[in-house]
Design a protein around this ligand. Structure first.
Ligand SMILES: *Cc1c(COP(=O)(O)O)cnc(C)c1O
Length: 338
């Protein structure tokens, strides 16, 4: 795998740290827990979309785009990081925000990621929940082209074979880092949504013959659909890399038991996980992705899925800015913090 063959702009601070979580490991009495800090990629408070955008934005520049168009939920971390990448590279940015939760309070609709989208100079427009967002973007792009602009359309979450290269690269980074530290990684766990993170990781880890299994904790789709989405994107990414068909269905595992009532709707497990990491490790998770991912990991530890001598790495995909969109979930609105 030679990722240097693919155009890339540098947007993030990498390698991100790989750190032990000693207090949490002790508290849970489970395996040895580690955290890969992709919340520290640096661009506009960081997160996993930055790695994908390094390849996507390079493609946008190569195609001579003058505006980037993307979409996400109202509190999309992908939208924020795309807006910041556009600011850094001097491109205009328009974001379509889908109202997936139906929340109308000012914190959710104006603060957190929405505030930062605007600070980075992006323009936004809203769409109702359940809209065909890819079709909505194509329609906006068509109008822009008719006006003589050159839009570059990034799918939701930056999840296509170009964006997924960011996580093929992250897999290489993680394997190198672990071998430098003499760390045998037995499991890698992270929150999975639009599938690019898991697809890229699976491709990278399988191509390197790392033997490290990946477990995606779903935040939206049911398990069969999530696994099918990840596998399909992994296959396309393998083809984009020019590798033989290495990835098999058994390499793609998602557990979607921790979604709760739906995407972006808080669960008690998420609230407990966010509080626990804040109090035990001084680490902030987010309400939509990493909080539910960690809730899943904690529950699976309790169910005995891992041996005490195993090393389990949680990939922190970022999103803390979203906490400011959810003050009520933590009982902080009008209430004294504990
Ligand atoms: C987008 C996102 C994810 C999920 O990554 P996908 O590549 O969309 O599956 C996880 N965590 C956070 C914080 C995100 O913003």
């Amino acid at each position: 795998m030679n990722l240097a063959r693919f155009p890339r702009v540098r947007l993030g601070h990498m390698p991100t740290p790989l750190e032990p979580m000693d207090r949490l490991s002790k508290h849970l009495g489970g395996p040895r827990l580690w955290i890969k800090r992709d919340d520290c990629t640096g661009l506009s408070t960081g997160g996993n979309k930055t790695r994908k955008l390094e390849f996507l934005m390079a493609d946008a520049l190569a195609q001579g785009a003058d505006i980037v168009l993307t979409q996400g939920a109202t509190q999309s971390n992908h939208a924020r990081q795309t807006a910041a990448a556009c600011a850094k590279l001097g491109l205009a940015c328009h974001i379509l925000l889908e109202d997936r939760t139906g929340y109308t309070d000012a914190a959710y609709t104006q603060s957190g990621n929405v505030l930062m989208d605007k600070l980075h100079g992006a323009t936004t427009s809203r769409r109702p929940g359940g809209a065909d967002m890819q079709a909505e973007m194509e329609a906006v792009a068509e109008t822009m082209r008719a006006e003589g602009r050159k839009p570059y359309v990034i799918p939701g979450g930056g999840s296509n074979p170009i964006g997924a290269l960011g996580y093929v690269n992250a897999a290489q980074e993680l394997v190198t880092q672990a071998s430098d530290m003499g760390l045998r990684i037995d499991h890698l766990v992270h929150a999975t949504g639009s599938a690019g993170t898991q697809a890229g990781l699976v491709v990278g880890l399988v191509a390197l013959n790392s033997g490290i299994p990946v477990l995606g904790i779903g935040v939206r789709a049911p398990k069969p659909r999530q696994e099918a989405n990840v596998l399909a994107l992994a296959e396309k990414t393998i083809a984009h890399l020019g590798l033989p068909a290495l990835v098999k269905a058994e390499h793609v595992v998602a557990n979607c038991d921790y979604v709760g009532q739906g995407y972006g709707i808080p669960t008690q497990g998420m609230v407990d996980a966010v509080r626990l990491l804040a109090e035990q490790e001084g680490i902030l998770l987010d309400p939509v992705y990493s909080g539910k991912g960690m809730a899943g990991l904690i529950d699976l530890i309790g169910k005995g899925m891992f041996r005490p001598d195993e090393n389990v790495v949680f990939l922190h995909t970022g999103g803390q800015v979203g906490l400011f969109g959810y003050p009520d979930a933590f009982g902080l609105a009008g209430d004294l913090p504990r």
